[in-house]
Design a protein around this ligand. Structure first.
Ligand code: SF4
Length: 458
C-alpha cells in the first residue's frame, strides 16, 4: 500500500510555494506515495517552516499541533528556513526529523524533472533564489546562501506556460530580483530578461516583485517606459532618512528619490508599491516624521509597513538605540492607517494626496479633546456617553468613525460600516462627527462619503 504524505507550508514566502511545487512534482513522479490533505491520516507529514517574524511562531505552533494529532508511527519531517537558523533548537524537539530541503527532495526523487508543473497554481515566475545585498536587519542572506538564478530560457518557458491561462504574471526573485543573472552571466541581467519576456509575450501584463532600488538603472527605466504591459513595480525603499539607510546598508535616498521621480515622469500610470520599516535602531521621532512626509508626497500607490524586528545574527540586532516596542507599534499603526488611506481609489493619480489629508486628520484627532470641549455645547453632545455602547474614550469614538469613513471603499464596506456605526453611535454623535469632518480640511469626496455614511441620508 502506498504511503500517504501531507505537506504543510507557510504561504507567506514565494519560495515556499515554489519549493512545495518542486517537492510535489517529485512525489507525484514516485508511485510509492499518495498525497493527502488531512495530515492526521498521513504516514509522513512534511512541515515547511518560516523564520520570519510572526511566521516563525506560527511554524512552531504547527509543529506542536501536528505532533499532538498524528499517529505514533507517523514521521514528522521539519524543513524550511527555520532549519537554517534554528537547527539546534529544532533538533531538541522530540519526535520530529529535521532536514534540509535538498534532503527532503532526495527522499522522493527518482529522476530529474526538467520543467516543474505548478501543482499549486500561482501566477508567479520565480527567477532566482537568494540575495547578495546584506541589509543589516535581514536574516535572509544568512539563511538562503548564494544567489542562484534560473537560466533565461527556463524562465521564458515558465512564462510561456503560464501566459496560456494568466493575464497578469508576477516576475520575481526570492527574495531579490535586481541581481538576477549575476551568477550565471557575470552581470545583472534582469533588464534583458524582462525585455525578452515583454517582447515574446506581449499580450500579458507583468508585475515586478521584490525590486531593490539599486537596480533602477537607465536601461531598466527605459524598458519600463517602453513596455506598457509592465503594470507594477514593487520597489522596497525601507526608509528615507540617510543615516538610517546607511545603517541599514541600503542605497541613499538621494539616489532612490531621483530614480522614483524619473519613473513617475516616464510612466505616470505605473503602479509603484513599496515597503518601509519603522522602529529601526536609532530611528528618532524626526526620522519617522521624515519618512511620513516622504510617503505623503504620493509617489506610491500601495505602502506596506513592518516594524523592525531584532533578529539574532543580523548586524542591526546588536546596534545601540533599539527602539522600544511600544513606540514601534505606535509608528506601525500610524503608517498602517496612512497606507489604508493611500489606497483609497481617488489616490490613483499620484499627485492627489489622500495621505496628506490623513495626516491632517491624524493631527486633528490628536487635538480633538480640546476641540470637543470648545464645541460640544454647540452640538449638544455629552462627550464620552453618547454612544450606544457607552464608550468612555471620546477621542477613540471619533477616530473609529473617521476610520470607517476613510476605509469605506467598496459598496460592501460602505454597507457594513454604515450598519455598524448606526448600531453603535446615536444620530447625535454621528452628526457631531460629521460637523468635525465638514469643517476640517478634507477633500469634498471624503466629506460627501462621511455625510452618506454617518447621517440618515437615504
Ligand atoms: S535586499 Fe531584501 S532580502 Fe536582500 S538583504 Fe535586503 S531586505 Fe534582505
Amino acid at each position: 500500500m502506498n504511503k500517504k504524505i501531507a505537506i504543510i507550508m507557510c504561504n507567506d514566502m514565494h519560495m515556499d510555494i515554489e519549493r512545495s511545487n518542486i517537492l510535489l512534482n517529485y512525489i507525484v513522479q514516485n508511485e510509492s506515495y499518495d498525497i493527502v490533505c488531512d495530515y492526521t491520516i498521513a504516514d509522513i507529514v512534511i512541515i515547511q517552516t518560516c523564520a520570519f517574524g510572526k511566521n516563525k511562531k506560527y511554524s512552531l505552533q504547527v509543529i506542536a499541533d501536528v505532533r499532538a494529532n498524528v499517529a505514533n508511527t507517523c514521521r514528522v519531517i521539519v524543513t524550511g528556513c527555520l532549519v537554517c537558523v534554528n537547527k539546534d533548537a529544532l533538533e531538541a524537539i522530540s519526535e520530529i526529523e529535521v532536514k534540509s530541503f535538498e534532503e527532503v527532495v532526495n527522499m522522493f526523487k527518482k529522476a530529474p524533472i526538467a520543467l516543474y508543473e505548478q501543482i499549486i497554481p500561482q501566477n508567479k515566475v520565480i527567477i532566482s533564489e537568494g540575495c547578495r545585498k546584506n541589509c543589516s536587519y535581514c536574516v535572509y542572506p544568512l539563511i538562503v546562501g548564494k544567489y542562484k538564478s534560473k537560466p533565461i530560457e527556463d524562465v521564458l518557458l515558465e512564462v510561456e506556460k503560464l501566459h496560456e491561462t494568466e493575464t497578469v504574471i508576477y516576475i520575481t526573485g526570492a527574495q531579490e530580483t535586481s541581481d538576477y543573472g549575476i551568477d550565471l552571466y557575470g552581470k545583472p541581467s534582469f533588464p534583458e530578461l524582462l525585455q525578452k519576456i515583454c517582447s515574446q509575450f506581449p499580450d500579458c501584463n507583468y508585475i515586478i516583485g521584490w525590486f531593490h532600488p539599486a537596480g533602477l538603472t537607465e536601461e531598466m527605466l527605459s524598458i519600463i517606459e517602453k513596455n506598457k504591459n509592465i503594470i507594477e513595480v514593487m520597489l522596497h525603499i525601507q526608509h528615507v532618512n540617510e543615516r538610517i539607510l546607511k545603517n541599514m546598508n541600503r542605497p541613499t535616498m538621494d539616489f532612490t528619490d531621483k530614480k522614483i521621480q524619473k519613473l513617475r515622469k516616464v510612466r505616470p500610470d505605473l503602479v509603484i508599491s513599496t515597503e518601509v520599516i519603522v522602529g529601526f535602531p536609532g530611528e528618532s521621532q524626526e526620522d519617522f516624521e521624515e519618512l511620513i512626509m516622504y510617503l505623503s508626497k504620493g509617489y506610491f500607490d500601495d505602502i506596506g509597513v513592518a516594524s523592525y524586528e531584532q533578529v539574532l545574527g543580523t548586524k542591526a540586532s546588536v546596534m545601540e538605540d533599539q527602539v522600544p516596542e511600544k513606540i514601534k507599534e505606535e509608528r506601525l499603526n500610524i503608517i498602517q492607517n496612512v497606507f489604508r488611506a493611500c489606497t483609497y481609489p481617488t489616490s490613483k493619480s499620484y499627485n492627489m494626496s489622500v495621505i496628506e489629508e490623513y495626516i491632517k486628520a491624524y493631527g486633528l484627532f490628536k487635538n480633538i479633546p480640546r476641540n470637543i470641549l470648545n464645541n460640544r455645547q454647540k452640538y449638544n453632545l455629552i462627550a464620552g456617553v453618547d454612544t450606544k455602547t457607552k464608550t468612555e474614550d471620546f477621542e477613540e469614538c471619533l477616530k473609529e468613525m473617521y476610520e470607517c469613513v476613510i476605509n469605506s471603499r467598496s459598496e460592501f464596506d460602505f454597507k457594513r460600516n454604515k450598519k455598524y456605526l448606526k448600531e453603535k453611535y446615536t444620530l447625535e454623535a454621528r452628526t457631531f462627527f460629521y460637523h468635525v469632518l465638514k469643517n476640517g480640511n478634507f477633500k469634498n469626496a471624503i466629506k460627501q462619503r462621511g455625510k452618506e455614511l454617518l447621517l440618515d441620508y437615504f
